[in-house]
Design a protein around this ligand. Sequence first.
Ligand code: PEP
Length: 284
Amino acid sequence: MSRSKLLFGNWKMNHGPKATHEYFQALKTKLEPMRARAITGTLSFSAKSVGLFVPTLCLHQALQDAAELKSSLHAVGQTTSPRNLQELHVGAQLAHWAPNGAFTGETSGPMLKEIGIGWVLVGHSERRQFFGETDQTVHRRALSLLEQGFSVMVCIGETLGEREAGQTAAVLSRQVDGFLGGRELAARFAPHLARLSLAYEPVWAIGTGQTATPEQAEEAHEHIRALLESFLGPNEIAIAYGGSVTPENFAELLRKPSIDGGLVGGASLKVDSFTTLIDILGRT
Ligand code: PEP
């Protein structure tokens, strides 16, 4: 078995339900010609997942639109091609670890499941920076959501100060140890590894236009991969890179052996750039 590839957009706090619907309508038009190329062999989406983490209020709309998109992607006669893009996953940007309770403003896993959400983003640096997310809460969310059957993408990454102080490897080690809950609790992740992915997102590269070089990203990914192996044994956990990914730099990043895809903020907001990223993924 080999690692799958991932491309996920993260809309953050952008696009309401109306804009979500318009986005998917435009996406459908753009993906039509791509489908034909997947059938004829220029593009392939086997073992590749594409999706969007959208604001909580837009999840319902996005799910409806994604279902419509899926049936159009699977138009008569083309349902069986594994090369084709099978669907666009819709994910939540945040979920609480408890199934219910006195947590004003939060959304729980069972609520997300009820409307059909299968993916959740956990530990984004903006949650850590602005909303008090810690390694411990990242651990609680990741483990609980995996145990509830979700696919979970956990974000880690160093700040500029930490990189400049030569602490990148140490920070990543602390964050991996943290989200797994240390060596003892890491075993609880073992049954769920097929649904776990990571995003290495250097904080200094997020929304700044300053992408990590493919070499910097590769070095960090190799370190993370070694850590995951030491905690969990041999595994196929995919690690996406995030931080100012654009249509201009994505292909080069994907050429690195330890980079399994992208988590994309700004460039996922516009249909044109997100479709170009999907195209690049399909050609890789
Ligand atoms: C992100 O939101 O996770 C992100 C990487 O943003 P951007 O692509 O805009 O840097």
